[in-house]
Design a protein around this ligand. Sequence first.
Ligand code: ADP
Length: 541
Amino acid sequence: MLGLMQDYQLTVQTILDHAALNHGEREMVTRSIEGPIRRYNYRDLRTRALRVAKALQKEGVVLGDRVATMAWNTDRHVETWYGVMGLGAICHTINPRLFVEQLVYIINHAEDKILFVDLTFVPLIEAIATKLPTIQKYIILTSDSYMPQTTLPNAVAYETWLAGTDADFEWARFDENTAAGLCYTSGTTGNPKGVLYSHRSNVLHSLMCSQNDVIGAKSVDNVLPIVPMFHANAWAITFAIPANGASMIMPGAGMDGKSIYELLDSEKVNVSAAVPTVWLGLLQYLTENDLKLPYLDRVLIGGAAVPRMMIESFENTYDVEVIHGWGMTEMSPIGTTGKLKYATEHLQGEDRIKLKLRQGRPPYLVEMKIVDDEGTELPRDGETSGHLLVRGPAISSGYYKHDENILDEDGWFNTGDIANIDELGYMQITDRDKDVIKSGGEWISSIEIENTAVGCEGVAEAAVIGVAHPKWTERPLLIIVRKPGAEVSAEEVLAYLEGKIAKWWMPEAIEFVDEIPHTATGKIQKMELRKKFGGYQFKEG
Ligand code: ADP
């Protein structure tokens, strides 16, 4: 027997309708690409998104068409995102940090019809426009007065384009399983793969992130999503924040410590989210200028492991709670958050830091387990590491235009991460499966060594790779970028690591380099490092 409840479709436009009607006065604030701060409210946001949808319909965009954006986090980007999705078209958020060949590949693979592009990226698109036959129109996210001279065919300023259309429009009606968003993974091996979110998965994921132990935004909060909308849905914030009636403050192109500090301060931001690199910039700016963070209450940090010094600095010096998060594009992206819970709330000092260094526990609607190479589930003892598998309604079941089956017979997706899970459900990533270091039959966590090493005075960035060793199969090589002007030596780093990591994890050697290569989502490209240090010989010792 089926239940007798309404057949209410979970589509993302319901989020905007709710926000405009019940939190219409809450603000959307943007540091514009042109410079000045712009502000309006959720009522205006909805009206402008409706105009975008109507204008796109006039352009001939229909259900299922792909419409791309290459843009920073701004009000205009959010209008476009809801406008596209509310029409039943698919918003393809492009990561401008991808290599040029990858950009050409994904735009053609997605067969994008229209491209909304920020002023910043016009030169980048101009350089490849002849290779983008599917794009019929380029809409530059600015007004006429800032419109640049451009070689882009059929280019128009966003405000001019929008001016011709009113908001007398109703959202399209379609099934909640309709595709809403498309985001390509950065593709460290092979071509990028398209993750295709549905309306239903986005709505459920935004409710998931609304759980108190995840982002848990309230209508009184002012939230600054620094993580870009092109980086896995800005970790759901552009959905979850209006859904909860919190104000949204958008950083535009200003990701440096000074710009972020200014917004945190002037907009009294109490919740924010970004990758560790961004926070390093902020913390450095605060120290250099002797500033405090009186309004900031909590920060969500993920995308890469959070270094110990970052947790200590935020929590001890600035009284800001760190929520360590882990996820991936395929998971919409949130998989875990590291909030304390009933059984861990009492932890203090070193025990508390140790728990916060773990990537956290899943919210309701994410299931996870670890398995060995044969697929047998491993114990949750906080030590045994295995392949991390996940399952849930906001996790990919396949890639766009790819036939391969990515789930096992019970519906689990292999994340490609190696992790352990403790008795209380807190998970810790120890490596990517491609990056594991196997020494004398045991696994060494490169992430933990890297994280400890960046706490050493003078170390800006650290990466650990496994290098062949005649006796131990592999041993860790630590590669370090020094802070500008610093002269820290290999002996000093080793002395610092002593006692902080297991003895047999101690790097066999340390090399200093000027730069470590990164992917488009800011991750260390270990493959490149392995190529560079391919024939590395450890000194006899
Ligand atoms: P995102 O960068 O948004 O997390 P990606 O899909 O680009 O999404 O990358 C996902 C991968 O990033 C994960 O599989 C994991 O290897 C790594 N990752 C994400 N968050 C963390 C974290 N907190 N600690 C360690 N690794 C992380």
